[in-house]
Design a binder for this molecule. Sequence first.
Ligand code: HPA
Length: 279
Amino acid sequence: MSAHPIAQSNFERAEAAAQYVLAQTKLRPQIALVLGSGLGAFAEELSDAVCVPYRDIPHYPCPTAEGHAGQLVVGSVAGVPVAAMQGRVHLYEGLPIQQVVFPMRVFGRMGIRAAILTNAAGGVNLQLKPGCLVVLQDHINLQGVNPLLGPNDERFGVRFVDMSKAYDPAFREIALREAARVGADVFQGTYAAVTGPTYETPAEIRYLRTIGADVIGMSTVAEVITARHMGIRVLAISCVTNMAAGILDQPITHEEVLETGRRVRGQFTALLRAVIPQL
Ligand code: HPA
């Protein structure tokens, strides 16, 4: 016998967390939802809902940022069982990236095959306005780190992951069509991810516009990479909560970000309701 307990692998930790969540409900979620800053209200719309606080799920990371509730809500939308994260953790909280993407690993072990990731983002493209929705078609990872760094666990997926169609084209088409139907101001665009927690400088935003970013945020990309590693299909939608730095002559505040999220809540909820049964 060894004097030290044998360290659990990330795979085993994700498996333990998945089994814990599944033991709380009879539902078997097919779709994962990650609800970003100010967008958590959608989870209140689920029927037959069971709320599982993150702190009760083995190994699960708990968010510290305001506007992130910290619970997983398992329930149904139009008869489709889903698991919705009300709040997520971010790199800027100081967690290792493997912790940031752990919830996506858990979704994979729960047998989920599709994920809808939402976020609050700054508008870099000058055609955007606060309150617009952007269906992501691609990303630029400027976080300086990739969640797949380190030894590859083949039980999750292959070593070298194709990212050429990371944002599922069929899902995007459904989202764009339904967004127009619910009357949302909707665009398709590229998301650039930075670590934060500072908002960007005006020079950084000019640079981001030059390299092809339409929106800027501090999340989502690592989760998308992890989802694709496991073959989970991805739809990602940004809510433009503010214009990025240097566009308007006013400072960017977290309150503004949360307030715009709340303002588009009705549209956002209608869009998710319409999209989920079609994925
Ligand atoms: N920059 C980065 N992240 C953000 C922003 C922004 O302007 N707005 C919401 N999240």
